[in-house]
Design a binder for this molecule. Sequence first.
Ligand code: THU
Length: 137
Amino acid sequence: MIDFKELIKKAINARNYAYIPYSNFAVGAALLTESGKIYDGSNIENASFTPTNCAERTAVFKAVSEGERKFKAIAVVGGKANESISEYITPCGVCRQVLAEFCDENFIIISAKNEDDYKIYTLKDLFPGSFSKESVL
Ligand code: THU
């Protein structure tokens, strides 16, 4: 059983570390590995804009760089810094592509406003017909 509330709590906490001088839009993510570990991440912006890294990719890259490659779920929260979260956000297209590299279609994406108010999707829901490594390998 996946503890959705714990993942959301970690994503909310990760939001505090967002580096967002340009958008002031703070995002936090918490990624659950199949081995039961949780890697969190926040968005990291850049004056050149393009190098900006979303919270979801920060979490994935932290995990993969520590040897993790199998994932069960990710929780995502986002909104203007210093305001309560008023919308459900889902990973951007680039993050969906990165998730698809490591996660199967049943991977769970939790889009939350808070620990008690969230929506559940699968990667298949959000990223159907994706380009996959099977085409390249
Ligand atoms: N952002 C994320 O971190 N994750 C998303 O799913 C959507 C967008 C970030 C990128 C940028 O720093 C800010 O939110 C505004 O787009």
